[in-house]
Design a binder for this molecule. Structure first.
Ligand code: NAD
Length: 421
């Protein structure tokens, strides 16, 4: 039977209190995606995953004091519990893990008012809007097991003095690999060709190749060249494409030279200049709906868009219309708004789409890193030690750490993407 909620059996009854040295008796409310429909644990194809100890810029991978899980196992769904239960209960904390996150009677809503820590994942976001934050009177830490904290209303979190943190870099390279796969899949017409061979049992070469091209020689650009965007540029270089980017912060000159990059000073200028446009900025007020009918109309006919960043960077119906009108060549991605999307979401059925559920950052390899990073952040939080600056999005009532570099907040306004549409 599928489990959607797991609670501590030996709930700590210790009073919730602060001490100058450590935090005790905390309630941790963790929202994870549901277990596989085929049951848990699943069958694993491989016996291990490579151990990555350092990221390309030298940042060390998460280094908690210990882990209580096997890297390569499914940790991101309810029964996987991010490998946290033993650690939390041994230290007198309470853990509630659930996938039931919507509606007033959901486990999430019921447990939220007494939670000290909420852990959520972008793949199955527990939206923390101002209303929910106002009812979460004990909440001190909103922790994203992954990257991207747009599901939290950052203005409301700042007003309530809630720390927001995420496991920066844990799945950036995972997403970049997925993006390259999607670029090649769209341009080379992989998915429809696969369907001809398997579902339709055909040998329809002409049907397959009538919309298939090489990426070699194309103009490929990214909006935002942060950890993921820069990795995509680096991975695409060996395909002998012309590389372009736009970012509000320009890359060092030596990186531009190394990759022979063309910098554009606006998303519009970039969009006009490329055959493939890949989105890699966080969702915040300045990026919300940045890909709209006006920008799409300026793109080359037959251009492709890849979006592994956030669904609400794009105007949903403008994307579908541009594909239906035959202007966009294709659209692929794994991010939607809201998540999960309703059954009638147009991106499920629009022409030439290569959509998947939100999976690029939650490969088994990535899960080992973000589970370890979640534990590292919790260890620091419980011990009242500083959380790594690079993991912080907001702290002490304002954007902090990596959040101060990549996000914006409009005071008095909800963060786009922080409540279920
Ligand atoms: P990052 O912080 O390293 O990079 C973000 C970049 O965006 C920075 O270079 C920043 O300057 C740029 N940026 C911010 N606002 C901008 C604006 N208005 N215009 C242009 N550039 C802007 O983060 P990252 O690790 O590269 O992740 C980027 C985003 O990807 C995350 O915030 C998240 O939304 C998404 N993501 C998705 C998945 C997934 O599974 N699909 C996983 C991880 C991250």
């Amino acid at each position: 039977m599928l489990r959607n909620t797991v609670k501590s059996t030996a709930t700590s009854a210790a009073a919730r209190h602060f001490s100058s040295t450590s935090r005790k008796g905390m309630k941790v409310l963790c929202v994870l995606y549901p277990d596989p429909v085929d049951g848990f644990p699943p069958h694993y194809l491989r016996e291990s995953v490579p151990d990555i100890s350092k990221y390309p810029d030298g940042q060390t991978a998460p280094n908690p004091k210990a882990i209580d899980f096997t890297p390569g196992h499914l940790l991101g769904s309810v029964s996987g519990e991010l490998g946290l239960r033993k650690f939390l209960e041994a230290n007198g904390h309470e853990l509630v893990v659930t996938s039931d996150k919507e509606g007033p009677n959901s486990v999430f809503e019921q447990e939220l008012p007494t939670a000290d820590v909420v852990i959520s994942q972008p793949f199955w976001p527990a939206y923390l809007d101002a209303d929910r934050i106002s009812r979460a009177k004990n909440l001190k830490l909103a922790l994203t097991a992954g990257i991207g904290s747009d599901h939290v209303d950052l203005d409301a979190a700042n007003k309530a003095g809630i720390t927001v943190a995420e496991v920066t870099y844990s799945n950036s390279n995972s997403v970049a690999e997925h993006t390259v796969m999607m670029i090649l899949g769209l341009v080379r017409n992989y998915i429809p060709s696969h369907k001809w061979a398997t579902e339709k049992r055909g040998w329809n070469i002409a049907d397959c190749v009538a919309q298939s091209y090489d990426v070699e020689g194309m103009d490929v650009g990214v909006i935002a060249a942060g950890r993921i965007g820069l990795r995509v540029l680096r991975l695409m270089k060996p395909f002998d494409v012309n590389l372009h980017y736009y970012d509000s912060r320009r890359l060092p000159a030596e990186v531009e030279k190394e990759l022979n990059l063309t910098y554009h000073d606006s998303p519009q200028d970039l969009a006009r200049s490329v055959d493939v446009l890949s989105l890699h900025c966080p969702l915040h007020p300045k990026t919300h709906n940045m890909v709209n009918a006006e920008l799409l109309s300026q793109m080359r006919k037959g251009a492709y868009i890849i979006n592994t960043a956030r669904g609400a960077l794009c105007v949903r119906d403008d994307i579908a219309k541009s594909l239906e009108d035959g202007h966009l060549g294709g659209y692929a991605g794994d991010v939607w708004y809201p998540q999960p999307p309703p059954a009638d979401h147009p991106w499920r059925t629009m022409p030439r789409n290569g959509m998947t559920p939100h999976i690029s950052g939650t490969s088994l390899s990535a899960q080992a890193r973000y589970a370890a990073g979640t534990r590292e952040i919790l260890e620091n939080f419980f011990n009242n030690d500083p959380i790594r600056d690079v993991y912080l999005i907001a702290q002490g009532g304002q954007l902090a750490g990596v959040g101060a570099k990549s996000y914006t907040v409009e005071k008095g306004k909800a963060s786009p993407g922080s409540h279920k549409a």
